[in-house]
Ligand binder design. Structure first.
Ligand code: ATP
Ligand code: MG
Length: 172
């Protein structure tokens, strides 16, 4: 039965419509999806802005209508790629297939003998965490690239102000 349960991992800094599109298509292929929130321990950094809990909130709200059972599990880094797959397995419900487009993630799971499926990249120039953070910092429009519930959460927690403050220099 766990061959119908899939694993998908990202940092989701922030959760965007590229991720949402991938998850909606995975939902057509499997019965249950385990979503790993990577680098769970990291927040308040320019490239890792949101806490694991804030990212859980973004995904829980955006995936309310996904239509398949899903589990959102924060996973801390262990700084040791050779045992990273075991670390993941120790933290998640059993699964038989992984969906990823990240070369290192693909390689580590394949070396562990676990099937990895790749999905097409969806308008990668704009649906990219790096591009969204760049736009937020530059004061350019980013709201159309994430689900509206994610916009609400980022506003509620003062995400834009956080990014601008932590990207600044020490004041005199
Ligand atoms: P960053 O630029 O911060 O790395 P990201 O957009 O790559 O952000 P991740 O959280 O690193 O987001 O990605 C999680 C997974 O989603 C990875 O497998 C990544 O390849 C995939 N992904 C990200 N953007 C898209 C997209 N536009 N279409 C399809 N898959 C995507
Ligand atoms: Mg990435």
């Amino acid at each position: 039965m766990d061959s119908r349960r899939a694993f998908y991992i990202g940092r989701f800094q922030p959760y965007h419509l590229g991720h949402q599109t991938v998850l909606e298509s995975i939902a057509h292929e499997v019965d249950e999806i385990i979503i790993g929130i990577g680098s769970a321990q990291t927040s308040h950094e320019q490239d890792d802005l949101f806490t694991a809990g804030e990212r859980v909130l973004m995904m829980t709200r955006a995936l309310e209508d996904l239509g398949v059972k899903h589990y959102i599990i924060p996973i801390e880094d262990i700084q040791r790629n050779s045992v990273w797959v075991s670390h993941i397995i120790s933290m998640t419900p059993p699964f038989k297939v992984v969906y990823s487009n990240n070369p290192l993630v693909i390689r580590l799971f394949e070396e562990a003998g676990i099937e990895v499926r790749q999905s097409p990249m969806y308008q990668r120039e704009q649906y990219s965490g790096t591009e969204i953070r760049r736009r937020m910092l530059a004061g350019e429009g980013w709201e159309s690239l994430v689900p509206s519930s994610t916009v609400d959460i980022i506003k509620e927690i003062g995400g834009l102000e956080r990014l601008k403050l932590i990207s600044g220099r020490d004041s005199i």
